[in-house]
Design a protein around this ligand. Structure first.
Ligand code: ADP
Length: 176
């Protein structure tokens, strides 16, 4: 599924984020930036040790914040690492922190002259955020940003598995 937000493209695809040819891909990292499981592990495996070296140099990242490294051996030139909230019950600032992940990643992209980027579904794996709720937060934050920032030409959400793609498609239909 693909929509236009002013002149920018927003697309939802099922796939593997490590294979994307966008200028940057976003990693759902943990606050230590030392690598981990899920999408984080996949990105470090595919990108090689250079990314971890740069992450260790940066030292860490708070929940809702984002930092940037090069893309190592990936097709993408950069990896933006952001730390999603661990879902408790939805009453511990989870929506606000998840929105910050997307917004801060997009801001970093704008600052670096990145025109295209790919996001995974942040927080919906090991961190337990219900996918339907996370999809609404992710998409509404991205849409708001793209309306104000035409310098970002394309945002792709790369969703792992058909049920995650379907959840994002349903959320997008209610927003555009
Ligand atoms: P978090 O700790 O933020 O929940 P996870 O990596 O556990 O992060 O999961 C986030 C989402 O990323 C999940 O939907 C998971 O299925 C998905 N995922 C795992 N590997 C990949 C990959 N290679 N490409 C895209 N998405 C992936």
């Amino acid at each position: 599924m693909e929509v236009k937000i002013n002149n920018s493209k927003l697309e939802l695809v099922e796939g593997d984020i490590t294979k994307q040819d966008t200028d940057a891909i976003v990693n759902a990292a943990n606050s230590s930036l030392r690598g981990g499981g899920g999408v984080d592990g996949a990105i470090h495996r595919a990108g090689g040790p250079k990314i971890l070296e740069e992450c260790l140099q940066i030292g860490g990242c708070s929940t809702g914040e984002a930092v940037i490294t090069t893309g190592g051996n990936l097709k993408a030139r950069y990896v933006i690492h952001t730390v999603g909230p661990i879902y408790q019950d939805g009453c511990h600032r989870e929506p606000e922190l998840l929105a910050s992940c997307y917004r801060n990643s997009l801001q970093l992209a704008s600052q670096k002259g990145i025109k295209s980027l790919a996001f995974p579904s942040i927080s919906t794996g090991a961190y337990g955020y219900p996918v339907a709720d996370a999809a609404k937060v992710a998409l509404s934050t991205i849409i708001t940003y793209l309306k104000e920032h035409p310098e970002i030409e394309s945002v792709r959400l790369v969703l792992f598995g058909h049920s995650t793609l379907t959840a994002y498609e349903q959320a997008l239909k209610t927003l555009v």
